[in-house]
Design a protein around this ligand. Structure first.
Ligand code: DOR
Ligand code: ZN
Length: 374
């Protein structure tokens, strides 16, 4: 019997294989319509559950809209092809906080198991955030309700003040909005999403157990230089934008530290190629196709492969008060091999229409040493 087969709990690692509990993605954009059909399989192939972001047009602001969206996701899954379908996939829905969303709607959606959490987008901070919140003080009663019922608040933590430099918007948000918000709502469970700075990592690590953060694969791999490497590179543009190298290193330290306040959230955000490579290109990196492989590379480089399972499969469910998944996911390490096709430069994905969706995946053109064994 191999060491891997003997292990009954925790991850197991041989030279070439890593087996972990099936991971979850605590932050993903699945979109809707043909795009949803094109991308949903990439997430479901590796993750058992995912927190699905509500920034559609119009945004998901009612229980009924979330139920209908959940149906569309499961229908899109049924229409997809793939061996991974046997493992099952559960979308966890979120409400999009507006200044007029009745707290009773949040409470009902949470009680009925429709809303797992609610997302705070500062108005104007990112894709489809116009209907978001101008000041967290304007949603005080919603936050009180969430605090009382134990419903997590997920935050896009960037100020929108045009006077603040774009690279400082996360750090300023923490000081200006997050510190006072946590003081006003000390029991509220809060996830600071897709953190990008040393300041955020430190703030979360020093915070209470009710405060956590997701970390994306791209912010662990790239710093802001990637945006300008050999020319303007729209495929590395996302929000919050990648920061200096010292921040990337701090994020890698946080993700691989074993601290249960940090967990996996890809922020995979597909935009069609033509919308990224445009005069005013959209923010978002499509990392879903090779997400767990991308994290495995980072954990291996940091000599922390034995902590990948906690980050990917344990810390998230613990924070959300859910059981970790029963199933397993296996990754295989392959020696560098020029004959392997590697990550495609462009994906042409079937989407139920006559014209496939063209997307540039994160790591396009690279050989990744890890691959999921299905
Ligand atoms: O880069 C991003 N893309 N950041 C976000 O916050 C939103 C996302 C999207 O929906 O495209
Ligand atoms: Zn996002």
């Amino acid at each position: 019997m191999t060491a891997m087969a003997q292990a009954s709990a925790g991850s197991s690692l041989s030279n070439r294989r890593l087996r972990i509990r099936r991971p979850d993605d605590w932050h993903v954009h699945l979109r809707d319509g043909p795009m949803l059909q094109a991308v949903v399989g990439h997430t479901a192939r590796q993750f058992a559950r995912a927190i699905v972001m509500p920034n559609l047009r119009p945004p998901i602001t009612t229980v009924a809209a979330a139920v209908a969206y959940r149906h569309r996701i499961t229908a899109a899954l049924r229409a997809s092809e793939g061996e991974w379908k046997a493992a099952g996939f559960t979308p966890l829905m979120t409400a999009y906080l507006t200044e007029t969303l009745p707290p009773a709607e949040l409470e009902r959606g949470f009680a009925e198991g429709v809303f797992t959490a609610a997302k705070l987008y500062p108005a104007g901070a990112t894709t489809n955030s116009d209907a978001g919140v101008r000041d967290p003080l304007h949603i005080a009663s919603a936050l009180e309700t969430m605090e009382r019922i134990g419903m997590p608040l997920l935050i896009h933590g960037e100020v929108t003040d045009p006077a603040v430099d774009i690279f400082d918007r996360e750090a300023v948000f923490i000081e200006r909005h997050l510190v006072p918000l946590l003081r006003r709502h000390p029991e509220l469970k809060v996830v600071l999403e897709h953190i990008t700075t040393a300041e955020a990592a430190q703030f979360v690590a020093e915070g209470p157990a009710t405060l956590a953060a997701t970390i994306t694969p791209h912010h662990l791999h790239i710093n802001r230089n990637a945006l300008f490497q050999g020319g303007l590179r729209p495929d590395f543009y996302c929000l919050p934008v990648a920061k200096r190298e010292r921040h990337r290193l701090a994020l890698r330290a946080a993700a691989t530290s074993g601290n249960p306040q940090f967990f996996l959230g890809t922020d995979s955000a597909p935009h069609p190629r033509h919308a990224k490579e445009a005069a005013c290109g959209c923010a978002g990196i499509y990392n879903a196709p090779f997400a767990i492989e991308s994290y495995a590379v980072v954990f291996e480089q940091e000599n922390a492969l034995e902590r990948l399972e906690a980050f990917a499969s344990i810390n998230g469910p613990r924070f959300y008060g859910l059981e970790p998944n029963e199933g397993q996911l296996e990754l295989e390490r392959q020696a560098p091999n020029d004959d392997e096709p590697g990550v495609p430069l462009i994906l042409q994905l079937a989407n139920g229409t006559a014209t496939p969706t063209a997307l540039v995946p994160f790591h396009a053109g690279e050989q990744l040493p890890w691959r999921v064994v299905l």
